[in-house]
Write a protein that binds this ligand. Sequence first.
Ligand code: PMP
Length: 282
Amino acid sequence: MLKIYIDGKLYDKEDAKISVFDHGLLYGDGVFEGIRMYNGKIFKCVEHIDRLFESARAIGIRIPMSKKEVIKAMEDTLKVNDIKDGYVRLLVTRGIGDLGLDPKLCVRPSVVIIADKIQLYPPEIYEKGLELITAATPRNHQEALSPRIKSLNYLNNIMAKMEGHQANVREVVMLNLDGYVCECSADNILLVKNGVLKTPPASAGILKGITRDTIMEIAHESGTEVREENITRFDLYVADEVFLCGTAAELIAAVKIDGRVINDGKPGPVFKELLGKFRELV
Ligand code: PMP
């Protein structure tokens, strides 16, 4: 039976419950992280914990634990569930309040840790790549709600993903309100053109993905020029390679976007090299 951590205690999965008055449920008022464990080691642990605390700070939540305590709780939860290769979902909610949205009435934020097996994309997707469409739903404006905050309110991304379902594709490209490419509904996006790896800058209004940072670092170390710059749909259509990356997906090639076949329609050499090096790293 899976054990779930809630505010310092471990509960059986069936008994792991939080109040219907928690503002995480009532308003999506909270933040989260998705983290991988490979071979008994938490991948990019410090980076994820730092981002969790920054997300919380950005929305004025004081996590009632130190970073060290959160890491210890995460390690304990993984251990008790005997998980060496898996996925951790860390959540911090605003906590219990009343039906009004006033966060001041929520006394104590709740910390929840779910450690489980990872649900991977089917293996053929890594060999053949994915088809994408551009969603009509724009990424929410960063001054309205910064995508840098990994908040519990993912409706913007869900609305875009639903457009993907309508079009029978698994992922979608989201643009910002200036029409530049931001990211996918749950992954960052990168392209290769004439040997240069390009990805939208954080200022385009994206979640600054930890896998994205890792891939840029790997590419830089292997001598590839890496640029963070604004990307248009045109740039995607005429790219030599396009791929997405994220904690759960790792690296997946996009071989068709809005009906345009990217290059020869197969995952490209830079993608293959980066995926190989990423897998070596983890
Ligand atoms: N963008 C969005 C909107 C995400 O939800 C995620 C995480 N799944 C990413 C990008 C990738 O971030 P990371 O590499 O840190 O998982």
